[in-house]
Structures are given as C-alpha cells and as structure tokens.
Design a protein around this ligand. Structure first.
Ligand code: HEC
Length: 130
C-alpha cells in the first residue's frame, strides 16, 4: 500500500468526524426566523417593547453584549447561556438573577423546547453573527 492510499481514507475520516461533532447554529438561518416567528410581532421597529427590536438583521446589534434594561445582565453574553438575560426570559428563569416582568413570549404564548435549545446552542457557540 502506498502512503497516498493510506492517507486519503484517514483524511476523509477526520473530516467527517469533525463535521459530525460540531453542528453549527447559524444566526441568519436559525435564530432570525425563530425571532420572526415568536418575538418580532411585539419586538418590531414600529412598536419595540422594552426598546428591543428582534427583527431581521437589527436583532444582532440589539442583543449581543448589550445591557438588559430589566436586569444587571447582558441580553446575550457570548459563550455564557446562564449570563444571557434573553435566554433566561425564554426559560422563565429571569427572576433568579434579579430580573423583572414576564417570561418570553408572555402569557399563553409558548416556544417549543427545541427553540430554547437552539438559542442556548447559539450562545454557547459564542453567539456568532453567521
Ligand atoms: C406579546 C408581546 C411580546 C412577545 C411575543 C415577546 N415579547 Fe419580549 N417583551 C415584551 C414586553 C411588553 C416586555 C417588557 C415587560 C416584561 O418584561 O414583561 C418584553 C421584554 C423582553 C426582554 C427584556 C429586555 C431587557 O432589555 O431587559 C427580552 C430579553 C425579551 N422581551 C425577549 C423576547 C424574546 C426572545 C421573545 C420571543 C421568544 C419575546 N420577547 C416575545 C413583549 C413581548
């Protein structure tokens, strides 16, 4: 067996295992549509509840490393889900960090658990603008 014949399968193996280990959450593909579905009808440019716009490309600059107005935390702290007020509001855990107001979305509106997990995975990945 030549060296080349040996290296090609090894390279393929490394490439495929790397891809499987790190499914990337995309802000544009995953998070923007989620906000559009669940949040933007209140957090829109026209009627921004809490001065928070979660519409399209505006959302990123409104949340990442931006101080929350209801709590001492940032709305999103890259890499730190437990320090991200926006996620805590979605988990109904915001009062544990001195926050106020209702869970998000409020009242009888509900997000599905997989949507909460998606936001958490994105924050854990460093909240990239990808
Ligand atoms: C029905 C309208 C409505 C929907 C839908 C809604 N929000 Fe809100 N949001 C509000 C209002 C009103 C406030 C301020 C009062 C409160 O916190 O209860 C608020 C406050 C917030 C805050 C606090 C902002 C700060 O700076 O402290 C965050 C974060 C937030 N919302 C995120 C979300 C997210 C994420 C979603 C979607 C999953 C969402 N909201 C859906 C009305 C809404």
């Amino acid at each position: 067996m030549t060296l080349r014949n040996l290296l090609v399968p090894v390279a393929l193996l490394v490439a495929s295992s790397t891809c499987a280990a790190e499914p990337t959450v995309s802000f544009t593909r995953d998070i923007v549509p989620l906000f559009a579905r669940e949040c933007a009808f209140c957090h829109s440019k026209d009627a921004a509840d809490s001065g928070l716009v979660l519409e399209g490309r505006f959302a990123y600059r409104m949340i990442v490393d931006v101080p929350s107005i209801e709590s001492p935390l940032m709305r999103v702290t890259p890499g730190k889900p437990e320090q991200s007020y926006l996620l805590l509001k979605m988990q109904n855990q915001h009062r544990t960090v001195g926050g106020t107001g209702r869970k998000m979305p409020p009242g009888w509106l509900e997000v599905v658990p997989s949507e909460v997990e998606l936001v958490k995975a994105w924050i854990l990945a460093g909240a990239p603008e990808n």
